[in-house]
Write a protein that binds this ligand. Structure first.
Ligand code: ADP
Length: 510
């Protein structure tokens, strides 16, 4: 058993809870995962059962502690990160009136769309840093108000999944600035709840949690929770941040010239800036982290989900003798690697799940352009990966347009397992991309806030020195030059199709 001091980071993600134990130098001693049971994968509404969250958190902490084999009294602090954009309504006894409505839930889309382009939308963006989009809880509350008035009337408070679990840990409700910002209800410059957003939602400030800085110490553990986790009640609990912020901090992207490129199911390009940065065209978002830092970036719907779509479409039609077992992502990546950069003229607009940043076009749809009889599934595979790369190029350009000149990129998410995919995105962005050695960056970032709150770190920028970096990918000049040209074509195709996207949406009744 190790006797030195240690810190605990808990990452309450959308699909699972991950916990990490690190020593004073940020070295990983143990890691554990707890899955959320009981979510209906077929549900049109993306809700999770809040009762599963605490169980998953406890399982992940216990498993990380067992693997770390540390003296339980050595914990100098713990912090919890939470997924952005979730919301849960609680009654006057703090019992759930809804499930945890996740970012992927589509109920707020129509309320958001009704505001698009209005002066209210522009004012809201300038105040909250959130473009108009139904993923923000603001619009989900508007949906509840209209469609579930009985729930809306009975709601005593609205919380995110993390606040709910945090209250079970400490007995108190509190929220950090970035999770608050992800609701669409925070004034991003003044760091207080936005009067305009509250009015639009039709709720009072008292229905939201008190705001806290992520490094703030927020009491200690309730006895039953301490007992269940197997750590002392006196363990300092630090507020912590959101998974998006933690993913950047845990990847070591802590200055404004660095960005994290995350491709998991969806994807995002994010920068930690020392000032709030807004885009007059509302292409990017800006979430407060603390009094001195803001997370600025853009997110795409179609990351790994686009590749999974191709895999899932092909799987059932493969003759049994040619598909030993299930078709995997690795098969698709292997197919993509069999054709050269540029996919021999096939260009993919990977809007299979609509578009978020930078144009927030719900009507955009997936397109394969330039397909001839000479092309086959290998070209489609490669063009999807390249199309995702071009989506990131659009985000990079949007960030450059508001003064964030990215020089170094840190990779995170499932795509970082594939050398081919990393090289394609590196070439599309024409920037060096480095893969941190520890891939669970959100959990590591949560542990860094625990360190910061407990005095083990002076500034969050210092976390960058604790992150061990792995392989760096460099742009291949001829591929980068080719992608420059194809990107122009990609943008032309997108522009040309805008009216068709809208007409097709009307026809299909969307
Ligand atoms: P999330 O946390 O969003 O669920 P992950 O970060 O785990 O997602 O990434 C999942 C994505 O990673 C999948 O959609 C898939 O496209 C991609 N992926 C899975 N396996 C591999 C692999 N071996 N190489 C590259 N990408 C992969």
């Amino acid at each position: 058993m190790k006797n030195g001091p240690w810190f605990l980071g808990i990452d309450l993600g959308t699909g699972s809870c991950k916990s990490i134990v690190v020593d004073e130098k940020g070295r990983v001693l143990g890691f554990g995962i707890g899955l959320y049971g009981g979510t209906d994968p077929e549900s049109r509404w993306q809700e999770q059962d809040p009762r599963n969250l605490m169980d998953a958190a406890a399982v992940s902490v216990q498993s990380a502690l067992t693997r770390a084999d540390v003296a339980r009294g050595g914990c100098l602090g713990l912090s919890m990160g939470g997924a952005l954009h979730s919301i849960l309504a609680l009654d006057s006894r703090d019992n759930p009136l809804t499930g945890v409505i996740t970012w992927a839930d589509g109920r707020g889309l129509h309320h958001a769309e009704a505001l698009r382009g209005s002066t209210t939308a522009i004012r809201l963006y300038q105040e909250t840093g959130c473009p108009v989009h139904g993923m923000y809880p603001l619009y989900k509350i508007m949906w509840l108000r209209e469609k579930r008035p009985e729930v809306f009337r009975a709601t005593h408070r609205y919380v995110t999944a993390k606040e709910y679990v945090f209250s079970q840990f400490t007995g108190q409700f509190a929220v950090d600035y970035s999770l608050a910002a992800g609701s669409g209800l925070l004034n991003a410059r003044k760091l207080r709840w936005s009067d305009s957003a509250l009015e639009l939602a039709g709720i009072r400030e008292g229905q939201l949690s008190p705001l806290l800085s992520p490094a703030a110490k927020q009491g200690s553990l309730k006895p039953d929770v301490a007992h269940r986790l197997g750590i002392p009640e006196s363990t300092p609990v630090v507020m912590g941040s959101s998974d998006a912020v933690n993913s950047s901090v845990g990847a070591g992207a802590v200055s404004a010239s660095q960005a994290t490129c995350m491709i998991g199911t969806s994807g995002a390009l994010r920068v930690i800036s020392g000032r709030p940065v807004f885009d007059e065209n509302g292409r990017t978002w800006c979430y407060a982290i603390d009094e001195k830092h803001w997370l600025v970036g853009g997110a795409i719907n179609n990351g790994g989900i686009a590749v999974s779509w191709l895999k899932d479409s092909l799987g059932p039609v493969m003759p049994p003798d040619q598909s030993p077992g299930e078709l995997s992502i690795e098969h698709i990546l292997d197919l993509a690697g069999q054709v050269p950069a540029g996919a021999e003229g096939v260009v993919c607009l990977p809007f299979f799940a609509g578009e978020r940043s930078p144009n927030w076009n719900l009507n955009a749809r997936g397109v394969f352009f330039g397909v001839t009889l000479e092309h086959d599934i290998r070209h489609l595979s490669r063009s999807i990966l390249e199309g995702i790369g071009f989506r990131f190029r659009s985000l990079q350009d949007a960030l450059a347009g508001i003064g964030l000149d990215i020089r170094q990129i840190l990779a995170s998410g499932g795509f970082a397992k594939s050398e081919l995919w990393l090289q394609i995105v590196t070439d599309a962005l024409n920037r060096e991309m480095t893969v941190p050695r520890w891939s669970e960056t959100s959990a590591l970032g949560a542990a860094f806030w625990a360190m910061l709150g407990a005095g083990g770190l002076d500034r969050i920028e210092d976390a960058g020195d604790l992150v061990e970096q792995g392989k760096t990918y460099r742009p291949i000049p001829e591929n980068a030059a080719l992608y420059d040209q194809i990107y122009t074509v990609y943008l032309r195709i997108y522009q040309a199709l805008l009216p068709a996207f809208d007409e097709a949406a009307l026809l299909s009744g969307c």
